[in-house]
Design a protein around this ligand. Sequence first.
Ligand code: ZN
Length: 116
Amino acid sequence: MVGYWSNGDDNWPRPEEMIDVAWSIGERTVVADYLSRGLIARVYLGKAVCRICGEVLGCMDLSDGCYMWPQGLEHYVLEHAVRLPVWFVDHVLLQQQSFEDAQVCDTQWSRVRADK
Ligand SMILES: [Zn+2]
């Protein structure tokens, strides 16, 4: 899990404590873009609200198959510079690089023909 915030009676982090305006917009944009492309893992009836500005953020948890985060985490990263832990940012950058480095193979697809 990443990006779930304290309700006051637990030891979870608060987004206000994680704001880092020195976090580069370039890296924040890469991380936010990655967060926006997660697969839907859970859907709730109620919508989450930003703990900082009150904006309505969504009602889903997203996942990349390894981590799960609330749909609105992208908002915290982009709009409030809430810095995510280095282990998650490293994960995102590694995944991003693996997409860039992936070799494209079309041999199977080029042999596909419509069955009639
Ligand atoms: Zn906000």
